[in-house]
Design a protein around this ligand. Sequence first.
Ligand code: NOJ
Length: 709
Amino acid sequence: MTERQLAELLKGMSLEEKALQLTQYPAYLSTCVVTGGDTAGDLSLSELRRMGSILNANDGAEIMELRRDKREHGISDPLLVMHDVIHGYRTIAPVPLALACSFNLQLVQDCAEMAATEAKYDGVDVTFSPMADLVRDARWGRVMESAGEDPYLCGEVGKAFIRGYHTGGLACCVKHFAAYGAAESGKEYNTAELSEHTLHEYYLRGYAECLKENPELVMTAFCVLNGVPVTGNRRLTVDILRDEWGFDGVLISDYASVREMICHGYCPDEKLAAYAAIKAKLDIEMSSPCYARYLPVLVKEGKISEDEIDDAVMRVLKLKNRLGLYENPERETNLKKRDEVTLCGRYRALARRAAEESCVLLKNDGVLPLKESASVVFVGPFAAEKEIFGNWGCRGNAEDTVSVKEGVDALLKKSVKTAPGCSHKLKETDESMISEAVQAAAKSEVIVACVGESMWNSGEAHSRTDIRIPKVQRKLINELSKLQKPLVLVVFGGRPQVLTEIEEHADAVLYVWQPGTEGGNAIAGLLYGKVNPSGKTAMSFPRASGQCPVYYNSLNTGRPNTQEANIYSSGYDDLPNTPLYPFGFGLSYTKFEYSDLRLSDEEFGCGGNLMATVRVKNAGAADGQEVVQWYIRDLYASCVRPVKELKGFEKITLKAGEEKIVSFEITEKTLAFRTAEGKERAEAGEFVLYVGGNSRDCLQKKFILNERK
Ligand code: NOJ
């Protein structure tokens, strides 16, 4: 449709129709339209039928029904179908935090494309992904949906997701704008309180970067930021998102977050909640009825102009138009093609590679890789578990998922012995199965204990205060360690858990997150050395829950906690400040040596550049992949800068003995930050460049940025 035709369409709509265009309800309510049941919702059947979009339908068949129903009732407006396609549709890739650990942007993009392809054939138009929330507190359950604690990585991973969705044929939505990940004490739906500096320097960067790939939608967050609920926070949504960043796509609320402004104590009733949201240029209200009920009233009362509604509706119509829904309301829905691609060999292979590259080898005293001839027992509640695909596993299911046992059985071509030892329930107290697992372990040469948190204990509404693995599993590990046999821990989790008291019993620790449909095959390949681990953690692993939030890019303070420091330094009496495993950390079965860090000059002027190079050698006996990480520290600035900031990375493949020169360009832009006056610029002075295979162990070199060219 042309712009003119869209304008005509808008002109022909009543106020009520416009308000319904700006309202989105979950498909389970719309399903009642088809089945003729009671909606039990806030809106009438006829209103639901005329809504512009729905979220999270059951499947393609239901979507087709809903579209048919619209047509049969003479409603020509096409239905826009949105869905939480987060890390896969039916073939499930590892959770986004794990994918970020691959530091392989092409892989992330390919996984997103795979998800989009399966979803679009099943009738989906838009996905509520990527999540670009910066996270620092592993107690928060939703860290699994993020790309971790670094703003640069969040932006790069977010953009890779968007590129993949677009090539796969879905529109997408960056969320949760803004600072949802800054929830105080890691508690779900909690308040965020951030200075302008921290907000801009850290939390907003990921979303802003994502906008460069032109996502069609942005979703507001549930939280209150600096005293104002984000869904009605004009400073954020109008001044920053629309005006400063120029976002002219669709801004959608999170689930009922318009109505929740009443509960927050920001708006006394639904009418004023609708008012606050439309004034914040929020286009679609998800799952609450404030717009449908009150936008027309607000216009009639003269509180808002019809133009304000028209602007919002036009953005929705443009999205439908961009998706081609006016020409073809079914778009690419094609259940036959869906069935052809769903879980096809190519997709399974991709999900497997994604899992292989996402797992992080945290410790290895030489027990890994396992020998195929060794007698190994697989114990622990995740040894044969198939629910390992992640809390946002969309239409993924346990039957399609490969467990560790199945993966190892396939690799060894025999059935390996497993014993759960306990359940994986968070609050499990039953220890009665531990002895059976210990007995089984006593008969084998090597023990692999598959432990961690269930996929139902991370994700939305799954914050935890104590992020150690559950108590009964700690007991199991303790008992196993008494056997004095090589002990490998395979740890599942949607967050970096506190491993302090279990890793000391272990000879190796492989952190596998929630690895998706092909998890078991990937883990088997890694354990037996068919694949060399290459994942690097995108979040620091705390030593204790009380260390949260712990992140590498912190400020130095006036009294940094170094070993020589006196007791009056910034730290704790009982633990060091450092995490157990730092950001960017991950081992391999080979060894990478960094040397010859060089800079093209010792200084450069504004407008110029410096080239840095480093030699990376695979000094071990196995071929492998390494993530070369470039960090910078600005030593003195008008706004103090973090001790290190990731500025670039490259994942390289090196055969045993091979070496490569890896280069990195530094420009003024690389060094820029947001000054106290709100200006994005670099300040002349001294900097340190770091390069290494993690954020802690780096080579370094100083350089200077001069005022003049
Ligand atoms: C609530 C979640 O916060 C959001 O991420 C999700 O997209 C919506 N529900 C829709 O399911």
